[in-house]
Design a protein around this ligand. Structure first.
Ligand SMILES: [Zn+2]
Length: 512
């Protein structure tokens, strides 16, 4: 049904409007702006979507999306053309409805994933670091996914590229004063009765206190009727008849998460593969709700690694494509939402060193993530006290950055390190080798954050030579985009608080 027809019906169906007004006052928080919004009447006459996909790019706001889009445009551009051919839209950017959500929490205008995911899943603001509990840490909030399971019998899927008991996935099934209560969060996960979990391994499987091990969370999951699956071969056999399943990635990367898109090997499952399998497992007559987190967009932004940020944003878009394929078979019954929880890193397109120019295609020279470079190269450098000249060979191989005297310098002028840049890199390498674990000075923190000085300086130099920059190693206060397609999508138009995403979903799905 198109928007115009719906508005005509909304204008004539007086009894429906009255009903919807009663419904709104009873179920919407008094501080909510949804009750004043004329869009709400459209929700009242839209059939509740049977299938809901909520994609969350962690740390993904407008800069991450637009940088990925511009990058794809730049790499498709003829190198010799002086005329910019523009960006290439990610598929979710083409959704018919776009809105913006404000992200502050009860602690800060630069909130964290625990509180912002609480807002998305329960419609409440709370402190940074808190998951689905109020500011007194005594009241637990029921989540949209718990309500859908209990009230409508929907099957529930929770997918993340990071640990399944990390803040964002946890905010759909757990209630904890601290996001660091990994074991307790894991306990709530294995007791959730949700149908499909897939992603990185659980943190603290035998408890938060290593000296007093508790019962293994995977053992408890099995006792609670879950199939715990750790290989792709087994995962590929799952069907809608398999029962409850927890799928852990076969190839785990930093902190036992799934690999960065930049590091994925041939045949290794990516986020899209877990979504595709999730659709097969969850498909049923009552409906399903699937939350899919691209968690490593955030990790890459914390580390100021633009190449990995862009690759993981594109990987999230590829996962959205699986939902679009499903939508095409069920267009009147499916809702797809793509949003972020907050911005990370203060990413900007544009840099003081390049003024009005960008050279985004430089980023094609980055072959791996900062984390992979740390584990595969920097560790060896520290053990062997590798010479700076040898390191420069790896920097060229993996990031494309060259010295003035390199034989390929003339062919790649945009990647040649100036004296100033060369010295920044050399100083950073000395800092990396010094293995000085003492607290970093203010200057060192601004230069390197808490990261490996060599690696973060390499990504800073490549970012800047590409015409982009980060201003923080933490989260920032930008609003996030909300892209919607399908049944009830019109509700997500406008500029609103992030809690409205929950209220719109709850009203649309008719859960209390
Ligand atoms: Zn973060």
């Amino acid at each position: 049904m198109n928007k115009k027809i719906k508005r005509i019906i909304a204008g004539t169906a007086v009894s429906l409007l009255t009903l919807s007004a009663v419904f709104m006052t009873s179920s919407v928080n008094s501080t909510s702006i949804a009750a004043e919004s004329p869009k709400v009447t459209e929700a009242a006459i839209t059939d509740a979507p049977k299938y809901v996909f909520l994609f969350i790019g962690d740390g993904m706001s407008y800069p991450q999306i637009q940088a990925a889009s511009d990058y794809l445009g730049a790499v498709g551009q003829n190198r010799n053309s002086k005329v910019l051919t523009g960006n290439k839209y990610l598929d979710f950017m083409k959704f018919p409805v776009a809105g913006s959500a404000v992200t502050y929490d009860s602690t800060s205008f630069c909130p964290d994933s625990a509180s912002t995911a609480t807002s998305l899943s329960t419609g409440h603001k709370t402190y940074s670091g808190t998951i689905n509990m109020d500011e007194t840490q005594t009241v637990a909030y029921e989540t949209i996914s718990e309500k859908l399971k209990k009230q409508l019998g929907y099957k529930i899927g929770i997918i993340s590229t990071v640990n399944l008991n990390h803040a964002t996935p946890a905010a759909f099934y757990s209630h904890q004063a601290s996001r660091n209560n990994y074991y307790e969060i894991g306990l709530e996960m294995v007791q959730s009765n949700f149908d499909y979990f897939a992603g990185g391994a659980l943190k603290n499987v035998t408890g938060n206190d290593k000296t007093k091990p508790q019962e293994d969370l995977y053992t408890l999951a099995t006792k609670n009727g879950y199939k715990v699956i750790k290989t792709q071969a087994e995962a590929s056999k799952l069907t809608s008849d398999s029962g409850k399943a927890i799928v852990i990635g076969e190839t785990l990367a930093d902190s036992d998460s799934l690999s960065y898109a930049n590091d994925v090997k041939a045949n290794e499952w990516e986020l899209k593969d877990y979504v595709k399998k999730g659709i097969e497992v969850l498909d049923n007559d009552k409906g399903f709700f699937m939350m899919i987190e691209g968690g490593k967009i955030d990790w890459a932004c914390h580390a100021n690694d633009a190449g990995s940020t862009i690759a993981d944003t594109i990987a999230l878009d590829n996962a959205v494509d699986e939902a679009i394929t499903f939508y095409n078979d069920h267009p009147t019954e499916t809702l797809i939402i793509v949003t972020g929880d907050h911005e990370t890193g203060g990413l900007t397109i544009g840099y003081a060193g390049t003024d009005y120019d960008t050279y985004l295609a430089n980023l094609t020279n980055q072959k791996l993530s900062y984390a992979k470079f740390d584990s595969a190269y920097v560790k060896k450098y520290k053990d062997n006290k590798t010479s700076f000249n040898e390191v420069l060979t790896d920097v060229k191989e993996n990031f494309g950055l060259l010295t003035e005297t390199d034989r390929d310098a003339a062919d790649n002028p945009k990647l040649v390190l100036t004296k100033y840049e060369y010295n920044l890199l050399k100083t950073a390498y000395e800092k990396t080798l010094s293995a000085d674990s003492s607290e970093r000075s203010q200057q060192e923190y601004i230069l390197y954050g808490t990261y490996e000085p060599l690696t973060v300086t390499i990504t800073h130099l490549l970012n800047n030579k590409s015409g982009i920059n980060f201003s923080s190693y933490a989260h920032t206060g930008l609003p996030v985009g909300v892209f919607a397609k399908g049944a009830g999508a019109d509700l997500f138009e406008g500029y609103y608080d992030n809690t409205e995403i929950y209220y719109n979903l709850a009203n649309l799905l008719k859960v209390k």
